[in-house]
Design a binder for this molecule. Structure first.
Ligand code: CP
Ligand code: NVA
Length: 305
């Protein structure tokens, strides 16, 4: 059976744990090496990953490209607008065509149904590189970062501040699978759907105030208030302002709490400089871990984990 990574549930608790262990071990094994040097065992030698972007990307694009290179494979990176996809060729036809050329496909798209359709019609693994509904690769990197910081996932308390978006949906799903609590504080009108909260299998909930979410938290997370493809509305920014991650908010979390942000950040909106650039912030490690975590995702898709 072809393995697709459309959401964290596709890998399940054991699969995620195995990928996290692999990501951390492989990262340690090549510490200090030049970035372009292939891992000693070159586990994906001869494999080609095609990437399709319908939306902008810096981290996902470069980290997947470097991930497949470090595993011994190569990549083809395409913007959907320069493909026939951008002129209306269907996802189903694109999936069949790409499957004849490459060994795996990663797609970033506006509509989650497109990754589902890509997986349905592709005969090679398909990876979700972000949709309007979820961002599972990001949360793999976040969990790796949390583990490297010395926390255990079971029993952890993660607080989310701001927009009830795709990244939050995947964090809630991760909480349900890995046994940690996710407490989200989001303004009225921007809260996660009941279906997204249900991904947390009873471990995710929405509270009324930022302080309620932050108190007792081990990890504080936020994201851009306006996701790609969403309208830039002053009314939304105004509603979000009380949910900004400030030093005072960090101080209401547990001592030793850490700050995560998937990036790109809008300093002065969802987070102040003093927090994102401060001692509790793990954002650079988190961003680097996209590379290491996605190497594990790729290996999992090929049945090596
Ligand atoms: N966090 C993340 O997915 O970043 P990019 O949009 O730059 O890929
Ligand atoms: N929620 C953001 C994440 C960007 C990596 C977006 O969808 O634009």
């Amino acid at each position: 059976m072809t393995r697709h990574f459309l959401d964290l549930t596709d890998a399940g608790t054991a699969g995620i744990q195995a990928m996290l262990d692999d990501a951390i071990a492989r990262k340690q094994a090549r510490a200090g090496w030049p970035k372009g040097k292939v891992d000693a065992d070159a586990p994906l030698a001869g494999r080609v990953l095609a990437m399709v972007f319908e939306k902008n990307s810096t981290r996902t694009r470069v980290s997947f490209d470097m991930a497949i290179r470090q595993l011994g494979g190569t990549s083809i990176v395409m913007d959907a607008g320069s493909m026939q996809l951008g002129r209306g060729e269907s996802i189903a036809d694109t999936a069949r065509i790409l499957s004849g050329y490459v060994d795996a496909i990663m797609i970033r798209t506006d509509d989650h149904q497109k990754v589902v359709d890509m997986a349905k019609y592709a005969s090679v693994p398909v990876i979700n590189g972000l949709t309007d509904a979820s961002h599972p690769c990001q949360i793999m990197a976040d969990m790796e970062t949390i583990l490297e910081a010395g926390f255990a996932l079971p029993g952890l308390r993660v607080a989310w501040l701001g927009d009830g978006n795709n990244v939050l949906a995947s964090i809630m799903e991760a909480g349900g699978l890995m046994g940690f609590d996710v407490v989200a504080a989001c303004p009225q009108g921007y809260q996660p759907s009941d279906a997204d909260v249900a991904r947390g299998k009873g471990r995710a909930r929405v509270v009324g105030t930022p302080r309620e979410a932050a108190e007792g938290a081990d990890i504080i997370v936020t994201d851009s208030w306006i996701s790609m493809g969403r309208a830039h509305a002053e009314t939304k920014l105004a509603a979000m302002m009380p949910f900004q991650v400030t030093e005072a908010l960090m101080a209401s979390a547990k001592p030793g709490a850490k700050f995560l942000h998937c990036l790109p950040a809008h300093r002065g909106e969802e987070v102040v400089d003093a927090v994102i650039d401060g001692p509790q912030s793990l954002i650079w490690q988190e961003a680097e871990n996209r590379l290491h975590a996605q190497k594990a995702v790729l290996r999992w898709c090929f049945g090596q984990i």
